[in-house]
Ligand binder design. Sequence first.
Ligand code: UT7
Length: 318
Amino acid sequence: MYSRIIGTGSYLPERVLTNQDLEKMVETSDEWIRTRTGITQRHIAREDQSASDLAMLASLNAMTAAGVTSKDIDLIIVATTTPDMVFPSTACILQDKLGVENCPAFDVQAVCSGFVYALATADMFVSSGKCRNALVVGSEIYSRILNWNDRSTCVLFGDGAGAVVLSQSDEPGILSSHLHASGHYRDVLSVPGSISGGIIRGNPYINMDGGAVFKFAVKVLEDVAHEAIAENQLQTSDIDWLIPHQANIRIIRSTAQKLGIPLDKVVITVDKHGNTSAASIPLALDIAVRDGRIHKDQLIMLEGVGGGFTWGAVLLRW
Ligand code: UT7
């Protein structure tokens, strides 16, 4: 038995924050942001929206596309770095909002690799026959953990959610998944703050050594793609669509170049979404499915890298 994605969905908050808007908030320029990152705009959630709200709207779109209802869902995994609250999990809150009865529901915390981790985990449940239809979601509200006075980070991120329904199938589907982590690098990219005794202790905003993240990302995105390709005895030239985590157009270009994959086979959304962390890959996937770029039997490589460090890839046949 295999698992296959049978429907995708996404949701972006209505409010758009452009580089020109940011020029009025911090000492930056549209030119700097575009040339260093490729980003022109990002979406920002309303005050009254939480990660589970964004997840719910993306999930409903994915469930409609898949032709399933809340009665059919028997596993929910939400990848998020910006959960609604300390607990219960965003997945349990989403389960209630969708009216899904009694099924396992839990969050995965692997920062920008979160969706790849969540999809790999769901594949274990579905391909083993434990679950029939898994809802796998990446949902983030990074605007809540950005220091809006820190120009080195606040221009990079955005809010959004993407979701897929992963179902049992006689044909593949997911071919293989490859997950890695190295906690040795945990201080390079972090939100180190915590709540203790009702007080926030430490910095509750993103803290990042951008250059170190950049170098690491380019290296491991190349390595893990080769690992996935080799395990399946394929060539990088067999890949129809590369869907990497969307952090910086320069990281995406370098990765594609090192892999020998032309840019017209890479799905790029970072220009319009910014970095939406765990939501970036399912958002990009949904956009490429809905605009008709992705179709049956194509070979798709999803790959992510993020805080931890964590990194990984999922290779699948559409
Ligand atoms: O999902 C994973 C999360 N994070 C990432 O993937 C981030 C990976 N890293 C990157 O994307 C890039 O390293 C950045 C976009 C963060 C930075 O690009 P860079 O080319 O590595 O620039 P830099 O850090 O070397 O900074 C160059 C200059 C500095 O000024 P000085 O010291 O050369 O005078 C910064 O102060 O740019 C300055 N700078 C800015 N200037 C205008 C930093 N942020 C800004 C800004 N506007 N927003």
